[in-house]
Design a protein around this ligand. Structure first.
Ligand SMILES: Nc1nc2c(c(=O)[nH]1)N[C@H]1C(S)=C(S)[C@@H](COP(=O)(O)OP(=O)(O)OC[C@H]3O[C@@H](n4cnc5c(=O)[nH]c(N)nc54)[C@H](O)[C@@H]3O)O[C@H]1N2
Ligand SMILES: Nc1nc2c(c(=O)[nH]1)N[C@H]1C(S)=C(S)[C@@H](COP(=O)(O)OP(=O)(O)OC[C@H]3O[C@@H](n4cnc5c(=O)[nH]c(N)nc54)[C@H](O)[C@@H]3O)O[C@H]1N2
Ligand SMILES: [Mo]
Length: 777
């Protein structure tokens, strides 16, 4: 594409499409095929250097901050992902994308009132996400002025009173919804849920509703706990790792260290993904300076299996069937004692495995029987195994059944409740797991609400609130009138056109943010932008410098302490903003909001009494590595109806599509953080200067007579028969199973119909979307 080429491919709903409209020169797209070098290593080092020097110009002070990331004695938790900190605690536990994430927050650019005065919101709405965020950090509260279609400055007291009044004046507290994005640390999280529940609503949609809702539900049903049971120690001793549906090199790069260590120990590492991602080949670990200098790569995989999109359920069932068959001649293939003593439902499950014919498993998974048997052999030969997964598993219709099948497989060989074994979901946002622990849940348990009421003296509402999908529909219908959000709801949510209409239909949208994004330019009749401190920055309150706490993917809770000077004097912490809204909305509140804002230890004192596992919270988070929340299932305590781990025996769905349809999964590039786009490149997949693309099997392309770079229109087919189309996407040949295609979120969210959520988890179906593809006119 050249600068002069018309941008006819831009979608009317979604200005995110196509390279920046504002950048003067748009470089032509390039495609060089999947990465052939080790992941991380010099490519990452070069990219970080280029990013710092050209992009954010923060090399000097930035690098000092980066050395404090994930440090056992102080420093801030890397907001880049939820992978746990190194158990060794001493070496530099950082990665390329963590550094990008932090430098992006540390930009020297500022969005000031003059900026908003120069641009109407209608104009900003045509900017790409890249351009909006690139303006830098927000500096003062702004309110939307409909007369001029511009944001204008507003003082903090007036802004907080505006939200407070809007909340006070609602006929029903359920007309408000409070969205959390998983960066929010534990303390403001607790205030946020307290605000909602004291008002009288459980409308607490969160990004988890789009992310790992299915993992929570499946693990809860099978094991009586919503979380994984492994920690990094387990990863460091296990004999076999099965890694499903995650792009580790981009989205959890510190996992590469664990994979390389496992490989060196001789452990088996099986990746299951329609793409063979860079992290599933080999890596040079960036902090191993000698290895770096010698270009010495370590493999991160012993077997790669490429099922069709959503074929994982059938594949896992096939592995289980092969294990059962092996047990007919080898008694040790099953752990009979474990099954007998700790589980429920084995016989029904075994009968189902026997009754499922191999051809069906092969057809539904897209994997040959011999390969399924090979995976089963690796699994049965391993004394201890861990199965780990991310969005490739959670964002499909049968995600809960699939994750329960993961647990079934683990139970067959007693891979639970002992060192080096168990389920290990990889969470996304750095504190998304902590959000749930600390009460962000639209469907909270009665026990949690009871404790909350007893300790804080409020009367929490008992009716379930709205999740993400339900909140969007409620806003669309006018039932939710005030929307308060962190993160970037407008861009992250499904069905872009419908979600935009929903947000625009509200009376008031309030965004608590660090940078300008889509959710500021797609807003309610009235709108506020409340700028907040980033987690790398010092948070001073009346009692002095505050620390917050977070929980990683493996249930380790630890401190995070900002250390940089805030980018503007008028920013407030999330805790202060939420507390401020609460004081304005709840004039007669029994909650000591101001005391909580003044000293976060006081919040932790209360959390220690409300939240299971947080006893003695203030002392324990001050231990060098924090503490681990007890997982009952790890100790073979199962809070299930039977008191045992429960096998599930869900029927295998028939996923065959009508002729001419493809399965589309949406995913992240290497250079983006959810809705934040750092650049239009995707190094590990060999793409430069292009995001409006579709990766397709070369034989599928040949069948249609298509070549690399051809323009196509992609139409999704919703359950209700409605269709949605994006136009002018470029085809990129890629080694992916036939009939499967992938492209990037959030651009492709246009295609995800609002009604199309999993009947098992209510998660929007962001993977395995049925689409048809035609050459663009
Ligand atoms: N740098 C960076 N780090 C991040 C994020 C980021 O945007 N940037 N986002 C964070 C968040 S919130 C999250 S939730 C995680 C997301 O981490 P990932 O789960 O890695 O996210 P995606 O980019 O959606 O990648 C999905 C992966 O699943 C594969 N896949 C697609 N369909 C299927 C399928 O049907 N079966 C299987 N087995 N695999 C499939 C894709 O090929 C891809 O490798 O990362 C977190 N970390
Ligand atoms: N099609 C498709 N859609 C998806 C997904 C997918 O795989 N496919 N993945 C889903 C998933 S897993 C997730 S988690 C969601 C992500 O949804 P969100 O969490 O809502 O989105 P983010 O892009 O992480 O939010 C970015 C914004 O957060 C703000 N921000 C940054 N730092 C801070 C901070 O410290 N405090 C506050 N208050 N704000 C801050 C900035 O203003 C930035 O613009 O997207 C979901 N949407
Ligand atoms: Mo996520």
């Amino acid at each position: 594409m050249t600068a002069t080429e018309p941008r006819d491919e831009l979608d009317p709903y979604n200005p995110d499409q196509g390279p920046s409209r504002r950048r003067a020169e748009v470089a032509p797209p390039q495609f060089t095929g999947p990465y052939r070098h080790p992941a991380a290593g010099w490519g990452a080092a070069k990219s970080v250097g280029a990013f710092m020097v050209l992009g954010e110009k923060e090399p000097v002070s930035g690098s000092r901050a980066i050395l404090k990331m994930n440090h056992e004695n102080g420093g801030f938790d890397c907001p880049g992902c939820a992978w746990p900190d190194s158990i060794k605690g001493t070496h530099l536990d950082i990665c390329e994308n963590g550094i990008k994430h932090v430098t992006w927050e540390m930009t020297h650019r500022r969005v000031k009132r003059e900026f908003f005065d120069r641009h109407t919101v209608s104009e900003l709405a045509t900017w790409s996400s890249y351009d909006l965020e690139h303006e830098g950090r927000l500096t003062e509260p702004m309110v939307y002025d409909p007369a001029t279609d511009k944001y204008v400055p507003i003082g903090w007291p007036e802004a907080l009173e505006l939200v407070g009044r809007a909340l006070r004046e609602l006929d029903d507290p359920n007309q408000a919804a409070f969205y959390t994005s998983g960066r929010l640390p534990n303390e403001p999280t607790f205030l946020y849920q307290q605000l909602a529940r004291e008002l009288g609503t459980n409308n607490l949609p969160d990004c988890s509703n789009m992310c790992h809702e299915a993992s929570g539900r499946a693990l809860q049903a099978s094991l009586g706990t919503g979380k994984g049971t492994c920690d990094l120690e387990d990863w460091s001793v296990t004999d076999a790792l099965f890694i499903l549906g995650v792009n580790a090199a981009s989205n959890a790069p510190r996992m590469l260290t664990a994979l390389a260590d496992a490989h060196r120990r001789g452990a088996q590492i099986v990746h299951i993904n329609p793409f063979v991602e860079a992290g599933a080949k080999s890596t040079i670990i960036p902090h191993e300076f000698v290895e770096m200098a010698m270009f010495h790569a370590t493999p991160t995989s012993t077997l790669n299996i490429q099922p069709v999109i959503a074929g994982d359920f059938a594949l896992l069932r096939g592995i289980a069937k092969a294990v059962l068959e092996t047990s007919e001649t080898d008694d040790k293939a099953l752990d009979h004692e474990f099954i007998e003593r700790w589980t429920e439902g084995f016989d029904a499950y075994a009968a189902l495995l026997r009754a499922t014919p191999w051809p069906e498993l092969v057809e539904q998974s897209g994997v040959e029987e011999a390969v399924i048997r090979q995976a089963a052999r690796i699994y049965t030969e391993a004394d201890r195994a861990i199965i780990s997964w991310c969005l490739g598993i959670t964002q499909v219709e049968h995600s809960v059944d699939t994750i329960r099948e993961i647990v079934n497989l683990l139970l067959l060989r007693g891979n639970l409740g002992r060192e080096g074994a168990g389920p290990s979901p990889i969470r996304g946002h750095s504190n998304v797991q902590g959000n749930r622990t600390c009460g962000i849940d639209n469907n909270p348990t009665a026990e949690f609400l009871d404790r909350l009421g007893q300790v804080t003296g409020i009367e929490p509402p008992r009716a379930p609130g709205y999740d993400v999908n339900e909140s969007i529909r409620a806003m669309h219908a006018g039932a939710v009138k005030v929307f308060v959000g962190m993160g970037n709801f407008a861009a992250a949510a499904p069905d872009t056109a419908y979600t935009f209409e929903a947000l625009r239909n509200t009376e008031l949208t309030v965004q608590i943010s660090t940078k300008l994004n889509r959710s500021h330019v797609v807003h309610g009749k009235r709108a506020l932008i409340l700028p907040t401190l980033g987690h790398t920055e010092k948070d001073f309150q009346r009692s002095g410098l505050q620390v917050t706490t977070v929980e990683d993917s493996m249930a380790m809770v630890h401190r995070s302490e900002g250390m940089r000077t805030p980018p503007a004097p008028d920013l407030r912490s999330e805790t202060a903003i939420i507390g401020g809204i609460a004081m304005a909305a709840l004039p007669d509140s029994p909650t000591p909001w101001q005391e909580w804002i003044d000293d976060y230890d006081r919040i932790r004192d209360v959390m220690a009494k409300v939240i299971d596992g947080f006893e003695d919270y203030n002392r324990r988070v001050r231990l060098p590595l924090g503490f681990r929340i007890r997982q009952p299932a790890r100790e073979l305590v199962f809070l299930t109806p039977s008191g045992k781990a429960e096998f599930s025996a869900a029927p295998l769905p028939d996923l065959r599509l009508p002729a001419g349809r493809y399965r589309l999964s949406t995913m992240r590039s290497h250079d983006q953080w959810n809705t934040t786009v750092y650049s239009y490149n995707d190094r590990y997949r060999g793409v430069k200067n292009l995001r409006t693309l579709i990766f397709m099997n070369p034989d599928d392309m040949a069948d249609r007579g298509w070549k690399q770079g051809d323009h196509v229109d992609v139409t999704s087919h919703a359950r209700d028969g409605s269709t949605r189309t994006v136009r002018g996407y470029r085809l990129i040949p890629y080694p992916i199973p036939r009939g499967c295609v992938q492209g990037y979120m959030p651009e492709l969210n246009v295609l995800i119909a609002i009604g199309d959520t999993s009947t098992q988890s209510d998660q929007p179906l962001m993977k395995n979307i049925p689409v048809s593809i035609e050459a663009s006119a």
